[in-house]
Design a protein around this ligand. Structure first.
Ligand code: PHE
Ligand code: ZN
Length: 895
């Protein structure tokens, strides 16, 4: 499939470009089967590097003509590169004109220019622009763009590109044109065009500084009633970035366009963000609370890239986390600030940490482990990872913790003063934050802090506490260790900010005083662990304390502390830090799960003891706790998270134990679940705010638990109630939760409910995705799910070419349903290998993500381990494999 050899690219090999491209004038004659692209560039040699040929990147292009200063010129091809050796010498600028054609209708990779639902879209990050024209396709080449689009007016009434619309008009034969000028220089990965039958929700806003802007959200006709939330999120994003970081919108017009064929979530093209419909379209009838909150995050994320990514961009793709880690941090802070109350902020933090620990920690411990700033890659698309994004965000968060919130804002200001308009490295960012805060722990330890950028792997922090009743001292010994990762055997110690507090056994916060402090302090304090091992000695401690460690999850580490049940129960009931209250509950559940999983005998129905059940009952009944928080505490650690805590993983055993725990929790707390349902079931008129969505979440969990309990007792009342709720719910959250309760409990009423759901929403693609996903992710009962998945793939609505649809069935099964996927007959793995190969021929990026479902195969117990290895080897043995999939399976098989 690829002629190109899979060779690794190394960060250390970076050299500045041999040419600069100052201006680009692009003219498109849009046609699905054959689009003509005229690319007129003004280039000049970079006099700081040795004179050399110009090598332009191109992929799947038909080259028609090359002109230098208006004259024909000699050129040659070297693999995918167009090489020009006889360019004018000297520093003066010259014109280069390249005429190519491409075939957007045949573009199933969804990179470059492609057609989706009869409209044209582009995706250029990371290396898609080379599929549109020959170019220096690298982020450190920044140019000014003028773009003219020409197309049939009836078929493509809307013609969009980056920047400002400067001219439009009619052409012959029913065609028309639009000319766009982007006032900002940009790297080509931020280029975008859209053409098609679209309609827009519009909003005019005035900034704090008094500038007027036009905001637009473009969707297909018929979807306008699902754009209000995206627009509100966009307005909130503009206001937030100005208020929190002093960063204004720098464009007259800011556009969002939704497409249903998209590899990722969304893309921050300058002034013309292109979004997966999943992160734009929502109304209460079709979208859940989770969808609403994801839309807010992603709209914010792409908007915040306008400064962190676009105004200051990456020197090379190794610096990807410079923009992604920072922008995830910013969208997390945005959502927290919008959430408002301390409890709602904590809920958001818990959700973010849950993602980090269930997706990033496994990545960091597996074959694809890589530093936040990688040193090499084969296919850059494989490095849009949870490590670059979520761990990268944690690294930025630690900086904020070390310099304080105000200090961090000062650092951001300095970063833009220094680097606006530049393509820079992660070092430039860290340096700016440190330089703006000269006295801080970050400034003092910056080189060591940057191990977070260079070393892969999740550090473990071990804490050992000792109370001396006579001396009234409490010593806490903290030590850190990080296991080897591929290519990195030895790790230097990290700089780990550790937020902590001490509680007495009644749960009251104790004043903290280290031996050398003049007086005691109350509340959370940040200690910085930078040595392999350090000891803190607290004085004037009147009773044995319960340590509350790593509050708010102040560093992306695994914390080992031999908590007793009593200590955890104290933290769960009383800690002032909501994150650690939740964490204590998770630790209690985890200990019980691990015990049952590793026990000699098969798990019975009684995995949970009275102490745990009593504690959960108390949480559920506590009038001071928010529903959203209760739902998080009452949700057991996921199977993936449990697997990560074990050296050898038997997925069936984990599944059986977790299901047993869940059913026991359902039965033992039945009366409490009923109460929770009654109290939270009605949230009035729909609003996706934290409080009412928390209530819906808890009511939904309660309903699932009641249906699970009914499964045991044979009672039909609760499944009946769930069906009734499913039928008359006033919003998708309640409706889908009720449907899920029936599916999860395996009740026969699930069958007609699913049929009805499909009939109701057959014209809503995003809802049909949920319908597929729910069934492919259902709990396995006697191995039934794989058969169901195969049937779903034969459903008329299934379409492997649409990434959302492929993910809703295949990924929901292979990546999100371990109890069904890991089968002792290996049929799940066979299915996986077939799909990876099949998808690779269509869309290598999506295939490579699926390929990662077996990343952790080496941890599996037999017979899973050998069967998984065989399946991966079968994929790897294919001669025709994309670089994307090849890199993933090769790393998986390496020792
Ligand atoms: N840069 C996009 C984001 O984080 C992600 C993306 C990468 C989208 C590559 C498409 C392709 O917001
Ligand atoms: Zn991003």
């Amino acid at each position: 499939m690829r002629e190109g050899q899979a060779t690794a690219i190394h960060r250390a090999d970076y050299t500045a470009p041999a040419y600069w491209i100052d201006t680009v004038e692009l003219t498109f004659d849009l046609d699905p089967a054959k689009t003509r692209v005229l690319n007129k560039m003004r280039l000049r040699r970079n006099t700081e590097v040795a004179a050399q040929a110009l090598r332009l990147d191109g992929e799947e292009l038909n080259l028609a003509r090359v002109l230098v200063n208006g004259q024909g010129t000699s050129f040659k091809m070297d693999g995918n590169q167009l090489v020009l050796e006889n360019l004018p010498e000297g520093p003066d600028a010259f014109d280069l004109e390249i005429f190519t054609t491409c075939n957007p209708a045949k573009n199933t990779k969804l990179m470059g220019l492609y057609v989706s639902n009869d409209s044209f879209f582009t995706q250029c990050e990371a290396e898609g622009f080379r599929r549109i024209t020959y170019f220096l396709d690298r982020p450190d080449v920044m140019a000014s763009y003028t773009v003219t689009l020409r197309a049939d007016k009836a078929k493509y009434p809307v013609l969009l590109s980056n920047g400002n619309l400067v001219e439009q008009g009619e052409l012959e034969e029913g065609r028309h044109f639009a000319k766009w000028v982007d006032p900002h220089k940009k790297p080509c990965y931020l280029f975008a065009l859209v053409a098609g039958k679209l309609v827009a929700r519009e909003q005019r806003i005035r900034s704090r500084a008094g500038h007027d802007h036009l905001l637009q959200v473009f969707v297909r006709p018929g979807d306008l009633d699902k754009t209000e939330h995206a627009m509100n999120s966009l307005m909130a994003s503009v206001a937030w970035d100005e208020a929190r970081f002093g960063l204004p919108l720098d464009l007259e017009r800011f556009m969002i366009v939704a497409t249903s064929d998209f590899n990722m979530g969304a893309m921050e093209n300058k002034g013309l963000n292109i979004f997966n419909t999943k992160y734009v379209l929502a109304n209460q009838a079709t979208a859940t609370d989770a969808d609403f909150s994801n839309i807010e995050s992603v709209v914010g994320h792409e908007y915040f890239h306008n400064w962190t990514g676009n105004r200051v961009t990456c020197q090379d793709w190794f610096q990807l986390s410079l923009k992604e880690g920072l922008t995830v941090f910013r969208d997390q802070e945005f959502s927290q600030d919008l959430a408002g109350s301390p409890s709602a902020r904590a809920v958001k933090r818990i959700e973010d940490v849950r993602v980090l620990r269930t997706a990033q920690f496994p990545e960091d411990a597996g074959p694809m482990a890589h530093p936040v700033r990688p040193d090499s890659y084969i296919e850059i698309n494989n490095f849009y990872t949870v490590t670059i994004y979520e761990k990268g965000a944690e690294v930025v968060r630690m900086m904020q913790t070390l310099v304080g919130r105000e200090g961090f804002a000062k650092g951001m200001k300095l970063y833009f003063e220094r680097h606006d308009g530049q393509a820079v490295t992660c070092d430039a960012f860290a340096q700016a934050i440190a330089d703006a805060n000269p006295g801080s722990e970050l400034a003092q330890r910056l080189p060591q802090f940057k191990h977070w950028y260079s070393q892969a792997g999740t550090p473990r922090v071990q804490a050992i506490g000792r109370y001396d009743a006579e001396a009234h001292t409490y010593t806490l010994t903290l030590s850190q260790h990080c296991a080897p990762t591929p290519g990195q055997a030895l790790k230097e110690p990290f700089v780990i900010p550790l937020n902590l507090g001490l509680l007495d056994t009644q749960g009251r916060e104790l004043p903290l005083q280290l031996a050398h402090w003049p007086q005691a302090e109350t509340g959370t304090r940040t200690f910085v662990l930078s040595q392999p091992s350090e000891t803190l000695t607290f004085i004037n401690v009147d009773s044995a304390p319960v340590p509350s460690l790593l509050r708010d999850f102040s560093a992306p580490v695994v914390l080992d502390y031999a908590y007793s049940d009593d200590e955890l129960l104290t933290l769960l009931a009383h800690d002032s830090d909501a994150f650690n209250r939740w964490e204590a509950g998770q630790r209690l559940a985890l200990a019980r799960a691990i015990k049952a999983i590793t026990a000699a005998e098969a798990p019975g129905t009684e995995v949970l003891d009275d102490a745990y059940l009593r504690a959960m009952r108390q949480v559920l009944a506590d009038p001071h706790l928010d529903a959203a928080f209760k739902e998080l505490v009452l949700t057991l650690p996921s199977e993936t998270y449990l697997a990560e805590q074990l050296d050898v993983v038997d997925p069936q055993r984990i599944h059986a134990v977790r299901e047993a725990m869940r059913e026991q929790l359902a039965r033992a707390l039945q009366a409490d679940w009923q109460q929770a349902w009654e109290v939270n079931r009605d949230t009035g008129g729909y609003r996706p705010d934290p409080e009412s969505s928390g209530k819906r979440a808890l009511a939904g969990l309660a309903l699932t638990m009641l249906c699970l309990a009914a499964r045991h007792s044979g009672d039909t009342v609760w499944p009946g109630k769930a069906l009734q709720r499913f039928k008359d719910a006033g919003n998708m959250t309640d409706r889908f939760n009720a449907l899920s309760a029936l599916v999860i409990s395996g009740h026969e009423l699930a069958v007609p409910a699913l049929a009805r759901f499909h009939a109701l929403f057959k014209n809503e693609a995003l809802v049909i995705d949920k319908w597929f996903s729910l069934q492919a992710g259902a709990p396995d009962r006697g191995g039934n799910v794989l058969g169901a998945v195969r049937q779903l793939m034969g459903h008329p609505d299934f379409n492997l070419r649409n990434p959302n649809r492929a993910r809703s069935v295949i990924f929901s099964y292979c990546s999100a349903n371990p109890g069904a996927f890991h089968r002792s007959d290996a049929a799940g793995y066979v299915f996986w290998a077939d799909r990876v190969i099949e998808l690779d021929a269509i869309n290598p990026q999506v295939a490579a993500r699926l390929a990662r479902a077996l990343d952790r195969w080496k941890k599996l117990a037999e017979p899973y381990r050998s069967a998984a290895r065989e399946a991966i080897a079968r994929v790897a043995s294919k001669a025709e494999l994309s670089n994307d999939v090849r890199e993933v399976v090769t790393r998986a098989l390496a020792d």
